[in-house]
Ligand binder design. Structure first.
Ligand SMILES: [Fe+2]
Ligand SMILES: [Fe+2]
Ligand SMILES: [Fe+2]
Length: 280
């Protein structure tokens, strides 16, 4: 089978995993604390692993990763409807993976897709169970409609975190420097934590997170990647520092300072890596 065709199929799967991750995270955050929200977040994490495996495969094949986000099913106001949407999304994924398994002839890729398919079948069952559970026990959208300077700052943070998650993952897949790769993966996971903290803070404080991202740096040379990453880290560290000074709420202040400290650390780690890269 033609390599470009496989890359295109895998990129389609990557886009759909990306959409599923954001759909499930949106639900998990919107439901606040609770067992079901935790389980949905765990499913989103499994989709992240899928995305990671698929992305590594595309890069191994010499392809360019798609950063597009696949279609999300976000209609409905009640949790029951959301869970039905999730069942439907998993249905679509199952059909698509089955289709791709049939077409792809590379045994290693076929095996990977089968591995992912078995997760999707399990998710399908989980979400069906959540439909019943939400119907039986009731589950609520706990988001509010608060909109002020604080929610703006928090949403700006979410937008930033989502952008760097994509950026560091992309850089981790594209760089040939093993140490850079490892750090990018590590810091991307840290940024996922940040996104979660900000989204949970938003929901706790009565507002509604909007998970969108801005432009992702697509440099192909490791030194250029690091320069872009350092620049964005310095900007965000300064922004969190400002936000910490501006807020009167002590919990928020603590959150912003903690985020700032992490971002300063990221900038320092990336700066050291850039120095080493430039000395090569
Ligand atoms: Fe899934
Ligand atoms: Fe961050
Ligand atoms: Fe960072």
């Amino acid at each position: 089978m033609d390599k470009d065709k496989i890359i295109a199929l895998l990129n389609q799967d990557i886009e759909d995993e990306h959409g599923a991750i954001i759909q499930y995270l949106t639900h998990a955050y919107a439901m606040g604390e609770g067992e079901m929200a935790c389980e949905i977040e765990a499913i989103a994490r499994e989709e992240m692993r899928h995305l990671d495996w698929l992305a590594e495969t595309v890069v191994e094949l010499g392809g360019t990763l798609s950063l597009e986000r696949g279609k999300m099913l976000m209609e409905g106001r009640a949790v029951v409807e959301w869970m039905k949407n999730n069942v439907q999304l998993e249905d679509g994924a199952i059909n698509q993976y089955r289709e791709h398994i049939k077409i792809v002839d590379d045994p290693k890729i076929k095996r990977l897709l089968q591995r992912i398919l078995s997760d999707e079948e399990s998710h399908h069952g989980d979400f069906k169970h959540f439909v019943d559970k939400a119907q039986r026990e009731g589950a609520e959208d706990v988001r509010g409609s608060r909109q002020d300077g604080t929610t703006q700052t928090l949403n700006w943070g979410i937008e930033h975190e989502y952008t760097v998650i994509l950026q560091y993952l992309l850089h981790s897949y594209m760089t040939r420097n093993e140490e850079v790769k490892e750090q990018m993966q590590d810091q991307a996971i840290n940024e996922m934590q940040h996104l979660g903290w900000l989204a949970e803070e938003m929901v706790d404080s009565g507002s509604s997170p909007r998970i969108e991202h801005t432009e992702v740096d697509q440099s192909t040379k490791t030194a250029d990647m690091l320069r872009a990453d350092i620049k964005i880290e310095r900007e965000v560290a300064a922004a969190y520092d400002r936000a910490a000074k501006e807020t009167a709420e002590s919990d928020l202040k603590k959150l912003f300072l903690r985020l700032r400290d992490h971002e300063v650390y990221h900038a320092d780690v990336f700066s050291d890596l850039l120095k080493e890269e430039e000395e090569k």
